[in-house]
Design a protein around this ligand. Structure first.
Ligand SMILES: NC(=O)c1ccc[n+]([C@@H]2O[C@H](COP(=O)([O-])OP(=O)(O)OC[C@H]3O[C@@H](n4cnc5c(N)ncnc54)[C@H](O)[C@@H]3O)[C@@H](O)[C@H]2O)c1
Length: 255
């Protein structure tokens, strides 16, 4: 008997991905779209419109919105854009972040506050705004928060404010997972490390070799591999996973 083509795993879903103008956010928006979701790509940079164009040209159903995750107004704007386009949002990927490597003695209070406003307050406001929307809709949902290896163990390469924000995201993940479980809304974190990016490739070869030597799988990760993990957590296959942290680090940290 010929095989019946199965529906894409995220058919019918509407995903909001923050920080989608580049990097992992763009890769996850692409992967979610290819898996059948309609995707609202949000970013503080207007470049998110250009980033959406090739996905649309590929036939994916994507829209773009410029909004700031650090403000409640930004979240209202993103939710409104999703609802105007498709009526609801049932997958949130809290990806937007500032990355910084300032030594702890040199972190100005203003830099601390600005980074926390995006990374930690942004994640909190997003979980709360979209969690409330998903709960009111009553059809379950998925929230995926981007943490980092830097939030799990001491890091010589990232700033302590960045590390603290990512450790805080793990706490937010557990708190919202507990709060939203009865509504069939799962909340998980993904903790990547050493994923190939322009910043990584800009490092001196000796530095890259040093990073590689600490990765048991012997290579850097690809943004598409983070995209595939987001599709899994957003799909029905991930329905019994909540409050978890999915490490995507080539074995750099084993727990
Ligand atoms: N790339 C890695 O290897 C790696 C490793 C660990 C964790 N992460 C995490 O994965 C996520 C993506 O990383 P990346 O390397 O793609 O980052 P990136 O810096 O390339 O992209 C971040 C995006 O967030 C957007 N952004 C920043 N502030 C914003 C705001 N206030 N509102 C809306 N958008 C805003 C930026 O414009 C940018 O497009 C981050 O949360 C990062 O901490 C990445």
């Amino acid at each position: 008997m010929p095989a019946t083509p199965s529906a894409p795993v995220l058919a019918g879903r509407v995903a909001l991905v923050t920080g989608a103008a580049q990097g992992l956010g763009l890769a996850m928006a692409h992967a979610l779209g290819q898996a059948g979701a309609r995707v609202l790509m949000a970013d503080a940079q207007a470049a998110v419109h250009d980033a959406a164009a090739p996905l649309r040209a590929e036939g994916l159903e994507v829209r773009a919105v410029v909004a700031d995750v650090a403000t409640e107004a930004g979240w209202q704007q993103m939710l409104q854009a999703g609802c105007d386009a498709w009526g609801f949002v049932d997958v949130l990927v809290n990806n937007a972040a500032r990355t910084a490597s300032t030594p702890l003695w040199d972190i100005a209070v203003e830099e601390w506050d600005a980074l926390m406003a995006v990374n930690l307050r942004g994640c909190f406001l997003g979980c709360r705004a979209l969690g409330a929307h998903m709960r009111a809709r009553g059809q379950g949902g998925r929230i995926i928060n981007l943490a980092s290896l830097a939030g799990q163990q001491a890091s010589a390469t990232t700033g302590l404010h960045y590390a603290a924000s990512k450790a805080g995201i793990l706490a937010l993940t557990r708190g919202f997972a507990t709060e939203l479980a009865a509504d069939r809304i799962t909340v998980n974190a993904m903790a990547p490390a050493a994923i190939r990016s322009p910043a990584l490739e800009a490092l001196a070869p000796a530095r890259q070799d040093g990073l590689l030597s600490a990765i048991p799988l012997g290579r850097f990760g690809e943004p598409e591999e983070v995209g595939a993990a987001a599709v899994f957590l957003a799909s029905d296959a991930g329905a019994f996973i909540t409050g978890a942290t999915l490490d995507i680090n080539g074995g750099r940290l084993m727990r």
